[in-house]
Design a binder for this molecule. Structure first.
Ligand code: SF4
Ligand SMILES: [Zn+2]
Length: 267
């Protein structure tokens, strides 16, 4: 049965668990999490004034890196891709979020301009705060407007919502008959096996095994039935939220596929 056996990490930026899920299922979720979860990314920039220490090109690159946080999946799902919108890829409130920034450094010190200074015209889509964009010298100003548009990681990395997403197998290790257990404990660089005072061989910590093969003289190492799924979020969504979105997208894809197969007409 497909089930989560243990949750290893559940933080805003990382979610990791051990499960008996099939490997192909986990890999499908991994690929969807990396490239198919829709997010908002900054795409067009109109600069009115830029006296900062970053040139216009650098500024546009910095802005594209800022994760835009959306309030839940329904919000982003209800938002249109530019190509699907009734405005036909022009700009409207259903397919574009407008961000503006206007700042003058009235101090005698250098002033950092960050994503916290960006103002959004939408209560549902806000830039992740605290990300430095550029620096303003004394008496200098910056003023621009940019558009956030919906996209997926497959289109461009700026829409990607995960930095790392991996699936690894947990080893199944069986010591060979009459093998030297002391040597088996010693040979493993990851210290998977523990010394036990009586038997010299304690229960293996199999999660640590990286399949290096150095113990093959003493033990059989093969893929086990347990797999570790690890996902790190970029900031648009919390890591657990992102995983659940990938599950939802996979379910929708399966439904679509099943519907398509049911409609197949075999001549
Ligand atoms: S394959 Fe490498 S890491 Fe795994 S148990 Fe053997 S020696 Fe240790
Ligand atoms: Zn539109």
């Amino acid at each position: 049965m497909n089930k989560i056996v243990k949750i290893k990490v559940c933080k805003n930026e990382e979610f990791s668990f051990i499960s008996t899920f099939r490997l192909d299922l986990l890999n499908a979720l991994r690929r969807i999490a990396i490239s198919e979860v829709p997010t908002i990314g900054i795409e067009k920039l109109q600069i009115r004034k830029n006296e900062s220490n970053a040139n216009d090109l650098f500024l546009s690159h910095r802005l594209a890196q800022i994760p835009i946080q959306s309030s839940g999946y329904n919000t982003i799902e209800g938002f249109n891709y530019p190509s699907d919108c009734v405005c036909e890829s022009s700009i409207c409130e259903k397919c574009a979020v407008i961000f503006t920034l206007s700042l003058t450094n009235n101090t005698t010190m250098l002033l950092d301009v960050s994503s916290s200074n960006l103002k959004s015209n939408s209560k549902d889509h806000k830039p992740m705060p605290g990300i430095k964009i550029t620096t303003l010298g004394s008496g200098k100003s910056i003023e621009f407007m940019c558009y956030g548009r919906k996209g997926i990681g497959k289109m461009h990395a700026k829409w990607q919502s995960t930095t790392i997403c991996t699936v690894t197998s947990i080893a199944k290790i069986t010591p060979k008959e009459k093998c030297d257990l002391v040597k088996l404990v010693e040979v493993c660089p990851r210290k998977v096996f523990k010394h036990d005072d009586e038997t010299n061989f304690g229960l293996p910590d199999i999660e640590e095994c990286d399949f290096c093969g150095k113990c093959q003289e003493f033990a059989e190492v093969e893929d086990g039935d347990l797999h570790v799924f690890t996902l790190e979020a970029c900031g648009q969504f919390k890591a657990l939220e992102l995983f659940l979105l990938a599950v939802r997208l996979l379910k929708n894809k399966c439904k679509e596929l099943k519907g398509g197969v049911d409609e197949l007409i075999i001549l």
